[in-house]
Write a protein that binds this ligand. Structure first.
Ligand SMILES: Nc1nc2c(ncn2[C@@H]2O[C@H](COP(=O)(O)OP(=O)(O)OP(=O)(O)O)[C@@H](O)[C@H]2O)c(=O)[nH]1
Ligand SMILES: [Mg+2]
Length: 365
């Protein structure tokens, strides 16, 4: 594992740690990552591991309790410091529904932000059959994570199981899907092709991108570029935008046979399909060993918030909605005069934070 990489992958919770381990395996050597959980069993595989809230929960997990997960992480966030030396961008992988994935993720991302490290969060949301409690847990925490993270990808597990009736297969798909998005960042930086993107540019793009969706396709044959665009446009993972697309980040992964005309087909196709009012970043990855003859395209679309969308109509590319910061906000400055008090959490929501902030309602005074 490369200790000097400026990007760090952090798996949070039991399923989050399992997915992060899967992502690292999918990438191969060189991906810097750590796992973290309130359950000590997640650390048994020999990977770098941070036990969250060991004193409070005795290494037995948060038992589905978001408040317990959050308090445990508050106890332990400083344990992450020795692992984040030199990190410029953190990629957090978690599964919402349990107590640790939801509760601890929020506190870890806040802590990273306080240390000046932007985070991109990839979080799965529960299967519909998991029951209302887990869904309530997930729903309650999503907006709060979104408020502290720089970019968020929420991946509905239900969407990944289409056609898969076997649980094991569904879980494998979840790992593959998350890996296709997460590993893009490392591939762009470590295996640059004709068009490059370095960590600082990536950090800049992701720093204010807000909520994103992504999809990846792999194709071959004479029309592979056009086929890739066609599949991406029809992909369910990119469908159902709730707001206008603010930024598109596109990674084209191929071998030495990648043609410039193919890059144009992909760039023009995606730009045309997702509207005109967005920033567009495309970079290529040259990985002959993995992609010889084939072409993989990963498209990430980021949506602007309602307010940012309105500003964009006025011609200002404002990025994501501005987060209220300061004593009452959930920004990195923390909880103001309440900062040493335990949060008042009900159904996964922090009641010390005004409803309009918790629910991300824009008040246009
Ligand atoms: N990808 C994947 N997701 C899973 C798996 N098992 C559970 N999940 C999902 O992960 C969510 C969170 O479950 P856990 O990871 O067990 O919960 P946790 O974050 O460890 O929280 P606590 O166990 O309460 O401390 C569930 O609601 C499921 O949606 C798995 O094997 N793979
Ligand atoms: Mg667990």
């Amino acid at each position: 594992m490369s200790e000097s990489s400026p990007m760090l992958l952090i798996g949070v919770g039991t399923a989050g740690s399992m997915m992060a381990r899967g992502v690292s395996r999918a990438f191969g050597e060189g991906l810097r990552y750590i796992l973290s959980d309130t359950d000590a069993a997640s650390g048994s595989g020999g990977d770098t591991f941070v036990l969250i809230g060991g004193d409070r929960l005795s290494g037995r997990g948060a038992g589905g309790d978001i408040v317990a997960g959050r308090l445990a992480a508050e106890d332990s966030v400083k344990s992450f410091d020795e692992h984040i030396e030199g990190v410029r961008l953190a990629v957090v992988v978690t599964a919402l529904g349990g107590g640790t994935g939801g509760g601890a993720t929020l506190e870890i991302v806040k802590h990273l932000s306080e240390r000046g490290i932007p985070s991109v969060v990839f979080a799965t949301t529960p299967f519909s059959f998991e029951g209302e409690d887990r869904h309530r847990n997930a729903r309650g925490i999503m907006a709060m994570i979104e408020d502290v993270a720089n970019s968020t990808f929420f991946i509905q597990l239900d969407k990944l199981i289409a056609g898969a009736d076997v649980m094991d297969e569904a879980m494998r798909r979840a790992v593959d899907t998350v890996a296709s998005g997460v590993t893009l960042f490392w591939r762009l930086v470590e295996k640059p092709g004709y068009i490059r993107l370095d960590t600082e540019r990536l950090r800049h793009i992701l720093a204010d991108s807000g909520r994103g969706r992504f999809a990846a396709v792999t194709v071959q044959g004479p029309n592979r570029a056009a086929d890739a665009v066609d599949m991406l446009i029809r992909s369910e993972m990119l469908a159902a935008a709730s707001g206008p697309v603010n930024t598109i980040l596109c990674g084209v992964l191929a071998g030495e046979d990648l043609r410039l005309s193919e890059i144009s087909v992909i760039a023009d196709g995606l730009r045309g399909a997702f509207g005109e009012r967005h920033a567009f970043e495309l970079a290529t990855v040259n990985d002959e060993a993995t992609f010889c003859g084939r072409l993989s395209v990963v498209a990430m679309l980021f949506e602007s918030g309602k307010k940012a969308g309105a500003e964009n109509l006025g011609g200002v590319m404002s990025g994501r909605r501005k987060k209220p910061k300061g004593p009452l906000g959930t920004g990195p400055t923390g909880r103001g005069r309440f900062k040493n008090a335990e949060p008042t959490i009900w159904n996964g929501e922090d009641l010390d934070i005004p409803t309009f902030i918790r629910r991300s309602i824009n008040l246009d005074f």
